[in-house]
Design a protein around this ligand. Structure first.
Ligand code: NAP
Length: 250
């Protein structure tokens, strides 16, 4: 299958590391011009930009904390001024702050909800406004199998990621008539910084539950992101697709 994203403008939130980084590179390889959003990892974001430019493609980096309405506004002002359009939004930026329910601080709850859920809402609102003008666009929300499987110490994260699934469905219905498809990807245990503690602590136990018997690579998720960003996925909307080696069904 030939996926061609030439002339498409893509924004990936949290594009400096992990799954977002790989999504930036694979979207660029498919032809898209990529805006790499990051929060703290400026050098890593710059390295992603360099890698993409090394492929002969264009990329920009833009620092913004996606939980901040003001910073998200600045990010989208930049996109409006520089490109005047946006074709693909990958709401990827996310954090974990695990703690057991009774020990969880309000701050840990709020920070996780604000980054994973409010951030996606803020970005999707701006993106949809720009996409509507062209009656075309793809929004891909990176949720998690934690949304459907539960997990100790993740009441905040599971709630945010579950909210993202509901948000995806509601957006898909609302935006279908505007030519915009909205889908959610649910990674399982993927080899990134985010999962390193869990893999160290309980890696073998988790592996036993994964029918495909390996952790996922960022490219396993990014390949689906590229597909959902393309016109090959024009008839898919409102869906939640796990990329987890079978973990959610085992
Ligand atoms: P990661 O390696 O920890 O990278 C997280 C990315 O999010 C970084 O680029 C980080 O940017 C960015 N970020 C965090 N807070 C931000 C904020 N406030 N504003 C803008 N960017 C922010 O994580 P990952 O594993 O690639 O995870 C990517 C997505 O997949 C997340 O939504 C995560 O919940 C989801 N996911 C991951 C797994 C897994 O096993 N890894 C499983 C299920 C779901 P800076 O470094 O620049 O701050």
């Amino acid at each position: 299958m030939n996926i061609d994203l030439s002339n498409k403008i893509a924004l990936v939130t949290g594009g400096s590391r992990g799954i977002g980084r790989e999504a930036c590179v694979l979207l660029a390889k498919a032809g898209a011009e990529v805006i790499i959003n990051y929060n703290r990892s400026a050098e890593k974001a710059e390295a992603v930009k360099k890698e993409i430019e090394g492929l002969g493609k264009e990329a920009e980096i833009f620092q913004a904390d996606i939980s901040s309405p003001e910073e998200v506004r600045a990010l989208f002002d930049f996109i409006r001024n520089k490109y005047g359009r946006l074709d693909i939004l990958v709401n990827n930026a996310g954090i974990i702050k695990d703690n057991l329910l009774l020990a969880m601080e309000l701050q840990e709850w709020d920070k996780v909800i604000d980054t994973n859920l409010r951030g996606a809402f803020l970005c999707a609102r701006h993106a949809a406004e720009i996409m509507m003008a062209n009656h075309s666009g793809k929004i891909i929300n990176i949720s998690s199998i934690s949304a459907i499987k539960g997990g100790r110490g993740q009441t905040n994260y599971a709630s945010a990621k579950g909210g993202l699934i509901s948000f995806t469905r509601a957006c898909a219905v609302e935006l279908a008539g505007k030519g915009i498809q909205v889908n959610a990807v649910l990674p399982g245990m993927i080899v990134t910084d985010m999962s390193s503690r869990a893999r160290k602590r309980a890696g073998n136990k988790i592996l036993e539950q994964i029918p495909l018997n390996r952790f996922g690579e960022p490219s396993d998720v990014a390949n689906l992101i590229v597909f959902l960003s393309s016109d090959k996925a024009d008839y898919i909307t409102g869906q939640t697709i796990p990329v987890d080696g079978g973990l959610s069904v085992s």
